[in-house]
Design a protein around this ligand. Structure first.
Ligand SMILES: Nc1nc2c(ncn2[C@@H]2O[C@H](COP(=O)(O)OP(=O)(O)O)[C@@H](O)[C@H]2O)c(=O)[nH]1
Ligand SMILES: [Mg+2]
Length: 397
């Protein structure tokens, strides 16, 4: 099927999300849109749909006696919106009758892609639907309204006028937001790890505000990785509660531990938990040494640059005076110190917040094409780079 505006098929699409909404909106567009709807709709004012003014809501009846009363609206010469009951039977009836009248039913992703002039705008629409917080949606909305597109167009226009080194710099300024941009629709991964019984599950529950993880006095309770999605200062975060990391021989436990280790490797940030009541007797002076000892024991390689060490259960025992180094103290049970941890996690995940006018690539396609274009300009393959920039903006690619 060719892209936007190119062919003359008439398409129908359910625009409302599948849910128990009271009203469903079905859009129909194409040369036969008005005729297709007219074949099933009888307006209460007796006029044919083609005689109804554009942008006016028309009340009437859909189908035969078993049909329903609903409203339709001609949005443009070749565009009609049908607003029917939100139940699936009602939606299915309208869509199947539109198919019988020659319409092709497409899903909303396809609908947006076919109607967008700009690929980035189409991607932004999908990304916006997947945005989990207002903060990420606000940034995506900026890209929807053209911030990224305009910056790419400016790069295109500067070709031949500015040096290729300057062009690369300008692309790099966009690419430095890639990781951040990709996280706008995929939560940052934060893994809570540590020895059994230190309070990992309790901490997850405290952070998400409800009982998500199982808390039991017995070590090794969390065999599967339990996850919970939440937001820290507006950034979506998936928290993972790792299996009771410890030396084990039981096959089931070993597979749980392997899963946990895999999570640790892929984490954006690890919160390594220590139990304040268990470290008091230790003669270790820094938390870094203590964590190194524990991770060696468990055969885990921990990247300390993306680890926050947390001393839990401070309601039971204060942080030992002999313990130095960088760590946060809290109580997962009383909640003391949680706010400081949340602020630190947010700061570590997003150390720099982009300016509202920043051009941010937010899809793997955009990141890949921008990277390839940059490499072309670096090798002075200007026309190849130019083609990639066109591809980046163009819906038909
Ligand atoms: N007093 C106190 N008890 C805690 C705290 N955090 C966890 N616990 C208790 O420690 C035990 C083990 O906690 P759990 O979250 O299951 O540890 P996990 O094995 O690391 O997941 C449970 O009895 C919790 O109630 C805390 O901050 N203070
Ligand atoms: Mg647990």
């Amino acid at each position: 099927m060719s892209g936007q505006n190119g062919d003359c098929e008439t398409r129908a699409c359910l625009l409302t999300a599948p849910s128990r909404g009271a009203i469903a909106v079905i859009a129909v567009a194409g040369p036969a849109a008005v005729a297709a709807v007219d074949g099933h709709f009888r307006a209460a004012n007796g006029r044919e749909l083609s005689q109804q003014p554009i942008s006016t809501i028309v009340y009437g009846h859909w189908g035969d006696m078993q049909g329903e009363d609903l409203v339709v609206c001609r949005r443009a010469e070749q565009e009609v919106e049908v607003q029917c009951h939100g139940g699936s039977q009602s939606i299915d009836r309208v869509l199947s009758q539109l198919i019988a009248s020659g319409c092709e039913v497409v899903d909303w992703h396809e609908w947006i892609a076919q109607r967008s002039q700009c690929a980035i705008r189409a991607e932004a629409s999908t990304a916006l639907a997947n945005a989990m917080t207002l903060r990420t949606a606000t940034i995506l909305l900026e890209q929807y309204y053209g911030t990224l597109r305009r910056e790419i167009e400016a790069v295109q226009q500067s070709l031949g006028k500015k040096s290729l080194a300057k062009t690369c710099e300008r692309i790099d300024a966009m690419l430095c937001w890639s990781e951040f941009g990709l996280h706008l629709t995929n939560p940052w991964q934060v893994v809570i790890a540590g020895r059994p019984n230190v309070g990992k599950s309790s901490l997850i529950n405290a952070l998400v505000g409800y009982e998500r993880a199982i808390v039991v006095d017995q070590p090794g309770t969390t065999r599967d990785v339990v996850t919970a999605i939440t937001a820290f200062e507006g950034w979506p975060v998936q928290l993972s509660d790792t299996a009771g990391l410890r030396s084990a021989s039981d096959e089931l436990e070993l597979s749980g531990i392997a899963l946990a280790k895999d999570r640790l490797r892929r984490a954006d940030l690890v919160v390594w938990l220590l139990d304040a009541t268990a470290v008091t007797a230790k003669k270790i002076s820094t938390v870094e040494e203590l964590v190194a000892l524990q991770t060696q024991e468990l055969e885990i390689e921990l990247d300390l640059s993306r680890t926050i060490v947390v001393l839990n259960k401070i309601d039971l025992a204060p942080p030992p005076a002999s313990l130095s180094g960088n760590f946060f103290s809290l109580s997962a049970i009383s909640g003391a110190g949680l706010d400081k941890l949340v602020a630190e996690v947010a700061e570590r995940l997003v150390p720099q917040v982009p300016h509202s006018s920043a051009a941010i690539p937010f899809s793997p396609r955009q990141v890949a094409l921008l990277g390839e274009a940059r490499n072309c300009f670096l090798r002075e393959e200007t026309s190849a780079g130019e083609k990639l920039l066109i591809q980046l903006l163009n819906c038909d690619n």
